[in-house]
Each structure stands twice: as C-alpha cells, then as structure tokens.
Design a protein around this ligand. Sequence first.
Ligand SMILES: Cc1cc2nc3c(=O)[nH]c(=O)nc-3n(C[C@H](O)[C@H](O)[C@H](O)COP(=O)(O)OP(=O)(O)OC[C@H]3O[C@@H](n4cnc5c(N)ncnc54)[C@H](O)[C@@H]3O)c2cc1C
Length: 159
Amino acid sequence: MLFRSKDFPRERPHAPLCWDNVVYQEPGLGYVVSTHQDIRVTPPDQTVFTSYVALSDRTPDAARKWMMAAAPQELLDMASRDLKSAYGWTFAPCVDKVEITLRGHAMAAPLPGFRANAGLRALREADGPLLFAHADLSGFSVFEEAAWWGIRAAEKALA
Ligand SMILES: Cc1cc2nc3c(=O)[nH]c(=O)nc-3n(C[C@H](O)[C@H](O)[C@H](O)COP(=O)(O)OP(=O)(O)OC[C@H]3O[C@@H](n4cnc5c(N)ncnc54)[C@H](O)[C@@H]3O)c2cc1C
C-alpha cells in the first residue's frame, strides 16, 4: 500500500526513520520510505511510505478469496496496521493519498524441483535480442541474485 504524505510523521528520538522500518514484535512486514536514500541534507516536504502485508496467517486460497471480497476500508485497516502502531493517530493527518495494490502471489521460493522448471530455464538461458534479469530467476528474492542476473544479461548483451 502506498501512502503519499503531505508531511512526515514525528519519530521518537531514539528511533529515527530508516529506509525499511519494521515495528518491533508486530507481525507486519513494515514500511519503506521512498525518499530515504535521496542525496540531500534536509528531508523533502513530501514522501511516499510503502507498507507491506503478507496474508501468511491463512492458506493461499483463503487469502485470495478474502482479497477478492474485501471492502476498501478492510484493506486500508489491514495495510495501515504497522503505521498506526508506529505513529498512532498522528499518522492520518499526514496522509494525502493512499493506493492499495493486491497481488495474488508471494515471493518466489527455491522449493524442490525449482531448478527443473522448464519455463524458468528458458528465461535464464535466453540469448536473443530480449534478455531476462530478475531475482525470481534464482527463486530467491535478494539483491545479490538480482545483481547476478543483471550482470549476466549485460555480459550477454556486450558479447
Ligand atoms: C521491503 C523490502 C525489503 C527488502 N530488503 C532486502 C534486503 O535487506 N536485502 C536483500 O537482499 N533484498 C531485500 N529485498 C528484496 C529485493 O528488493 C529484491 O530481491 C530485488 O529488488 C529484486 O530485484 P529485481 O531487479 O530482480 O526486481 P525488481 O527490483 O522488482 O525490479 C523489477 C523492475 O521492473 C519494473 N517493471 C515491472 N513490470 C514492468 C513492465 N511491464 N515494464 C517495465 N518495467 C516493469 C518494476 O517497476 C521494477 O522497477 C527487499 C524487498 C522489499 C520489498
């Protein structure tokens, strides 16, 4: 869920805002601040907080059915839980706009049989004018894998 803010919420003195913020002992995945890595001395007037919620407390089938039927307010309540834990009532007045995106799939996972997946192998081995580079090709969503596939694609393009 994207929260476009018209102001930054106030942080506690001992817990300055980070790029990726996870609320201690909360089940949520936390929220990312889009302007955190800007190269500037003072923070901008506006930013975007992206909050992530995985419906991992239910089966994939139940999660998809819930998403299909959920009302906007239910989605908003779920997606803003971490932000409300962190900032309480002071968060809402900072928000200018909210966008909620629902995805019917989770992160790729390198489960048994992953390497034998023919479709993924075709993407990994593509060597034409169109090359593919994504962490999902490794089945493991980390920067190292994304960088590895990016370098491989660049080397193929330059060869
Ligand atoms: C909150 C959070 C925290 C994370 N923390 C870590 C961490 O600490 N360490 C770590 O290693 N990994 C971390 N990750 C995972 C890491 O961000 C991903 O593994 C990595 O970004 C994947 O890179 P990628 O290039 O494969 O894909 P992406 O970064 O998803 O890039 C895909 C790009 O394609 C673009 N795109 C999609 N569709 C289209 C289209 N049709 N046309 C044109 N462009 C399109 C997207 O906009 C995007 O820019 C984190 C992820 C999240 C969400």
